[in-house]
Design a binder for this molecule. Structure first.
Ligand SMILES: *[C@@H]1O[C@H](CO)[C@@H](O)[C@H](O)[C@H]1NC(C)=O
Ligand SMILES: *[C@@H]1O[C@H](CO)[C@@H](O)[C@H](O)[C@H]1NC(C)=O
Ligand SMILES: *[C@@H]1O[C@H](CO)[C@@H](O)[C@H](O)[C@H]1NC(C)=O
Ligand SMILES: *[C@@H]1O[C@H](CO)[C@@H](O)[C@H](O)[C@H]1NC(C)=O
Length: 331
């Protein structure tokens, strides 16, 4: 018979090994659309060891400072509008080499009052072709570049068609070079699938196989509906997007408390409740092992599940064990 301590050591070791070998929960497609709120620590659970999240963006070329674990995932800069373009382009040079993709112009087809940038296709094409396209890897630069991200609507498609026309008027042979596409989508699952099909057909329908452009959905949700309706939508949507080859990345809108949701989307889209814990939707976005009500600073199994390194995970397990002994002694 093995001594008791050895038994504990062996089972502890084997559970650690099991944990370590079953660890790869990362999902190359799933990201964070970072909306700064007064609760930076709410993001910790999305940046934890077992989180699938691999990348984020924040509608700007300036990475997030807090929490510092944002440095562990890829930051994707975005050139938001024409007014800030010169300074935003200069800022690109300050980004780490882990940043490889570049997003451009946020909802140029939409009014500024509704969160868009209201840029005419002609102005966008001219700035894009002169100042952005030269930064593409295919033109000797360092970036993989997306066309402007329009709303996922027919007016968005119409804007992209006029943008394309303007681009070819400026450069007859190449138009505005893109390495990938980014779009927003708000609505239910069938409408999302239909929009993606439309966009893929428009860009890739006649393109040769080596010219196919992958698509990112950088804002995504079912607005003005309940949390339950969003859960039903997300439940079908995540497996669909994960399995769809031409979809390269996506990010839900959004990771904020229900009270921080804007009036247009409504609180049903929020991945966090008003205490900063995961909503049912948030738990689904993080997947296996995460549950509604969890947060990064919970103790016990939850704390272990979300701590950021194997070492601290062991410390949490031991810490919680000691704590329960201590509490047991008090009672
Ligand atoms: C069109 O774009 C291509 C690739 O970006 C570039 O090599 C070419 O010089 C451009 N042509 C004109 C007329 O600007
Ligand atoms: C693709 O080809 C079809 C059939 O020839 C044509 O009707 C359509 O306009 C083309 N689409 C684009 C984006 O060129
Ligand atoms: C963009 O316009 C060019 C020139 O008219 C056309 O050949 C190309 O098919 C268009 N591309 C898309 C995606 O519409
Ligand atoms: C969707 O719901 C089913 C049934 O409750 C569940 O088994 C599955 O894990 C859910 N899918 C996702 C992506 O959460």
């Amino acid at each position: 018979m093995r001594p008791f301590t050895q038994l504990i050591a062996t089972s502890l070791l084997s559970s650690l090994t099991t944990t370590a070998s079953s660890q790869d929960t990362s999902n190359p497609k799933r990201g964070i659309a970072y909306l700064g709120t007064e609760h930076p620590n709410d993001y910790n659970i999305f940046l934890s060891r077992q989180s699938p999240i691999t990348w984020y963006y924040n509608w700007s070329p300036y990475p997030v400072g807090r929490p510092s674990s944002f440095r562990d995932i890829e930051f994707v800069p975005l050139l938001h509008n024409l007014n800030s373009l010169s300074s935003d382009l200069r800022q690109l040079g300050n980004l780490p080499s882990s940043s490889t993709h570049l997003l451009t112009f946020n909802e140029p087809d939409h009014d500024t009052s509704g969160g868009g940038t209201n840029i005419s296709p002609e102005d966008a094409a001219s700035a894009y072709i002169n100042q952005i396209a030269p930064l593409s890897v295919s033109n000797g630069g360092r970036w993989l570049i997306s066309h402007p991200s329009t709303t996922g609507t027919l007016s968005g498609l119409n804007w992209l068609q006029r943008f394309n026309t303007s681009c070819y008027a400026l450069n007859e042979t190449h138009g505005c070079h893109a390495d990938f596409l980014a779009t927003h989508f708000y609505g239910d699952f069938p409408a999302l699938a239909s929009w993606l099909g439309t966009l893929d057909e428009y860009y890739n329908g006649n393109a040769s196989s080596d010219a196919q452009l992958p698509i990112w959905i950088t804002e995504l949700a079912l607005p003005q509906q309940s949390a339950t309706a969003n859960e039903v939508m997300m439940n079908t949507t995540l497996p669909y997007l994960d399995g769809l080859e031409y979809v390269e990345r996506y990010s839900w809108f959004g990771i904020f408390r229900e009270e921080n949701a804007n009036g247009w989307t409504g609180g049903g889209v929020a991945l966090l409740d008003d205490g900063g814990d995961l909503s049912g939707l948030g738990a689904m976005y993080l997947g296996g092992g995460f549950e509604e009500g969890m947060s990064a600073d919970d103790g016990g199994a939850e704390g272990a599940a979300v701590s950021t390194s194997r070492g601290s995970s062991l410390a949490v397990v031991i810490g919680v064990g000691l704590l329960s002994l201590f509490v047991g002694g008090l009672v």
